[in-house]
Ligand binder design. Structure first.
Ligand code: IFM
Length: 453
């Protein structure tokens, strides 16, 4: 078995997000978010659930910090619920909200765990959605003000900031397909939302630089490398190129190159998405604002996309947990290395961090209250082998955050899909580390991974 070492000082971490784990406590002062509103609409969440209790992290955070410490991670990536800080999106802050994050951050620092704070992981204050949400340019300004307030309060303790998590999901799932809050099915609105989210990233980066010049800051994109089902077949190659433009380049190009990809602008014009109003939401200077120098790029990687007909054999393979995860996503570790080779060439950054990677599987809690999850363990091993190979190529991949420390609210799937290294028994809120947790703990301690088949 081939052994692969990770670089010295490699940042091992685990990740979560506010709405997916926190829950609420009556009187905690958090304002409603678009996800509360979305959950309240019948049929939007597969199991009809919501985020009212979630993992009760608001109460149980000391136990969760213990678990992170047991796992041996050096860093914890979590997000701030904007409406917990500003219940109406702007205006008077909620002192209890700030206090919660201060306690959590101090608890992490006491255990020697570095906090990595994401300022936006999808829970937009409902009050701002009422004014047009991310379709409204003003939301970008409100985000920069919220970010500045929070950074000013916590800059003595937090040295790693991520402005946004996965703008593609906010734009496309939230505004084009309607699978996520706010649930719109309007392709033009998706482009407006994408632009305002990116603009807000640039505006917030400027404020972070002023307020916390000693901190590192960047953005997290979810990237999904696209491949033609039949390399060389024109239709498949073209489909893969457009998919890549819509999913990856639409976000990478403005952040790294201060421009939107021309071919995709033409594509949205030709396909009638952009319409008669044209690109009126892109103002002069916006792209320069978006392309602020970043200290790092965060990458969330789960799978790849294959464009074109893959045939019946592939359909059958979808039932094989070695080939597809419980989300129906292909297990495609080699594409992770391809992605980094491309990033290093086309979008060079000072540093890259994998800010999410992991898999949902149908875990079963045994009578002995254990969870054996060999497929998740294998998924991690395969991807970590690629991580080690990427580092060995000299690409500045500096850290890896497993998604997720806990099972949690998986958005439109509710609690049906479990991504955790730790099983959550939602009836009792008991936390039960899975076999993958015990395995990853050893990998982290050894700072090396063995190849698996
Ligand atoms: O649970 C999500 C997370 O909130 C964002 N990235 C993908 C994860 C799995 O779907």
């Amino acid at each position: 078995m081939q052994e692969r070492a990770l670089p010295k000082n490699f940042v091992w971490g685990a990740a979560s997000s506010s709405f997916q784990i926190e829950g609420t406590i009556p009187g905690d002062g958090r304002g409603p978010s678009i996800w509360d509103d979305f959950c309240a609409q019948p049929g939007k969440i597969l199991d009809g659930s919501d985020g009212v209790i979630a993992c009760d992290h608001l109460r149980l955070w000391p136990r969760d910090v213990e678990l992170l410490s047991e796992l041996g991670v050096k860093a914890y990536r979590f997000s701030i619920a904007w409406p917990r800080i500003f219940p109406d999106g702007r205006g008077a802050p909620n002192p209890a909200g700030l206090d919660f994050y201060k306690k959590l951050i101090d608890g992490l620092l006491d255990k020697g765990i570095t906090p990595w704070v994401t300022l936006y992981h999808w829970d937009l204050p409902s009050a701002l959605e009422k004014k047009g949400g991310w379709r409204n340019r003003d939301t970008a300004l409100a985000f920069a003000d919220y970010a500045a307030y929070f950074v000013e309060q916590l800059r003595d303790r937090v040295k790693h900031w991520i402005t946004h998590n996965e703008p593609w999901c906010v734009a496309v799932l939230g505004h084009r397909t309607g699978e996520h809050a706010p649930g719109l099915k309007d392709p033009r609105a998706a482009l407006e939302a994408a632009h305002h989210v990116l603009l807000s990233h640039g505006l917030a980066m400027k404020r972070i630089r002023e307020l916390a010049p000693d901190a590192e800051a960047g953005i997290t994109l979810n990237l999904n490398p696209a491949y033609p089902a039949h390399p060389g077949k024109r239709e498949d190659e073209e489909a893969a190129h457009v998919y890549d433009g819509d999913f990856n380049r639409w976000y990478l190009d403005p952040v790294f190159r201060a421009s939107y990809p021309k071919d995709m602008m033409q594509h949205y014009e030709k396909t009638g998405v952009i319409g008669a109003k044209g690109w009126d939401f892109i103002h002069a200077g916006d792209l320069d604002t978006i392309a602020q120098p970043n200290d790092f790029l965060g990458i969330n990687y789960y799978s790849r996309a294959v464009l074109g007909d893959r045939g019946l054999e592939e359909a059958a393979a979808r039932k094989d947990p070695k080939r597809y995860t419980g989300m129906g996503w292909e297990v495609a570790p080699e594409a992770l290395q391809d992605l980094f080779v491309r990033l290093a060439k086309e979008y060079p950054a000072k540093a890259y961090y994998i800010t999410e990677n992991g898999a949902a599987y149908d875990d079963k809690l045994t009578a002995a209250r254990q969870v054996d999850d060999p497929h998740r363990l294998r998924y991690y091993a395969l991807h970590l082998s690629q991580v080690a190979q990427i580092c060995a190529r000299g690409i500045p991949l500096k850290g890896y955050f497993a998604w997720s420390i806990l099972d949690n609210f998986e958005w439109a799937y509710g609690y049906e899909k479990r991504f955790g290294l730790v099983y959550v028994d939602y009836a009792t809120q008991e936390r039960i580390p899975k076999s993958s947790f015990h395995w990853l703990k050893e990998v982290i301690a050894a700072n090396k991974v063995f190849d698996v088949l």
